[in-house]
Design a binder for this molecule. Structure first.
Ligand code: ATP
Length: 266
C-alpha cells in the first residue's frame, strides 16, 4: 500500500462552473497524523473530501486547478475506485450504509482491492476488534441499527479497504454525546494503529482535541491553520468556533475573597 503525506496544493473547485466552492486550498496530512478541517456550513469542507476522493463528478463538480498527491503518487483525475486502490478512503457524511444489506455484507462490500480471502479475513478481524457490536449484529440488516452503530459500520466498511488515509466527514454529527465520545475514541485508536486521518468537523472542540494540526476553511479558502493546541487557545477560534465569549471572569476583590470563599464553603 502506498503511503506518505497526503498533499493538497492550490486546489480550486467549482460546481456547474457557477459556484466556486474552493479557492486555492493547500494542506498536508502527514503520514500517521490526524489533521482537522473546521468551518461553518457551506465553507467547503465536504467539497474538499470529494475532490480528494474523486467523487466530485457525481455532484456536478470539477477540479479547476491544483493537485492532490499521496506521497509521490498523483490522485487528481483518478476514478473513485482508483483513489481507494491508492490507499485513500472516504467515510461520507450521514453514515451512508447499505440499509437493506446485513452488517456482514456491508463489510464485505468495503473490501475493495483486497488480494485474497486471507486479507479480507484479517481486515474483518481488525474491524470487529474495534467495533465488537458489529460482530454481535453481523446478520442484522444495517438499516435497523442505531445512528451510532451505523456510523461504526460506515467507518468499519471503509477500513475493510485497508486505507493509508481515512477521510472522515463529520463522524459525530447528530450523535448523542456518549456515542460521539466513543466514535472519537475509535478515531484515536485507528490512528494509533497507523492510519492517517483527515477529519472534517463542525464540532471544533472535538476536532481540535483529536488532531495535531488544523485548518479553518472560510468561504472556500483556508483562513487559518496551525498546531491544534495553539488554535484551541487562540481568542479568535475560541470566540468564533468554540462559543467562548470575551466576558471577563468575575473575581471578587481581594478583601472579599476570604469571607466569600468561607461563605461558599460553609
Ligand atoms: P456543510 O457543513 O453544510 O456540509 P461544507 O463546509 O461541507 O458544509 P460544502 O458542502 O463543501 O460545504 O459546500 C461548499 C459550497 O458549495 C456551498 O456554497 C454549497 O452550497 C456549494 N455546493 C455543494 N455541493 C454542491 C452541488 N452539488 N452543486 C452546487 N453547489 C454545491
Amino acid at each position: 500500500m502506498a503511503n506518505g503525506t497526503l498533499a493538497v496544493r492550490d486546489l480550486s473547485v467549482s460546481y456547474g462552473r457557477a459556484v466556486q466552492a474552493l479557492h486555492q486550498v493547500s494542506l498536508d496530512v502527514p503520514a500517521g497524523s490526524v489533521t482537522a478541517v473546521l468551518g461553518a456550513n457551506g465553507a467547503g469542507k465536504t467539497t474538499l473530501l470529494r475532490a480528494i476522493s474523486g467523487t466530485l463528478p457525481f455532484h456536478r463538480g470539477a477540479v479547476e486547478a491544483g493537485t492532490v498527491h499521496l506521497g509521490d503518487r498523483p490522485l487528481t483525475g483518478l476514478s473513485p475506485a482508483a483513489v481507494v486502490k491508492a490507499g485513500v478512503v472516504q467515510v461520507p457524511e450521514g453514515r451512508r450504509v447499505f440499509g437493506r444489506l446485513t452488517v456482514a455484507d456491508n463489510l464485505r462490500a468495503g473490501a475493495l482491492g483486497a488480494r485474497s480471502r486471507k486479507e479480507i479475513a484479517a481486515s474483518r478481524e481488525r474491524v470487529l476488534e474495534l467495533f465488537p457490536v458489529l460482530a454481535e449484529r453481523a446478520g442484522q440488516r444495517a438499516g435497523l441499527m442505531s445512528g451510532g452503530e451505523q456510523q461504526m459500520l460506515a467507518i468499519g466498511r471503509a477500513l475493510m479497504a485497508r486505507p493509508a488515509v481515512l477521510l472522515l466527514d463529520e463522524p459525530t454529527l447528530g450523535l448523542a454525546p456518549l456515542m460521539a465520545e466513543r466514535i472519537a475514541d475509535t478515531v484515536r485508536e485507528i490512528n494509533m494503529q497507523g492510519t492517517s486521518i483527515l477529519l472534517i468537523e463542525q464540532n471544533a472542540a472535538l476536532a481540535l482535541e483529536l488532531s495535531s494540526t488544523a485548518h479553518v476553511l472560510e468561504v472556500g479558502s483556508v483562513a487559518l491553520h496551525g498546531p491544534s493546541p495553539e488554535l484551541a487557545a487562540s481568542d479568535e477560534i475560541r470566540r468564533r468556533y468554540l462559543g467562548v465569549t470575551d466576558e471577563p471572569e468575575v473575581v471578587p476583590e481581594a478583601h472579599l475573597r476570604g469571607p466569600v470563599l468561607e461563605r461558599w464553603a460553609g
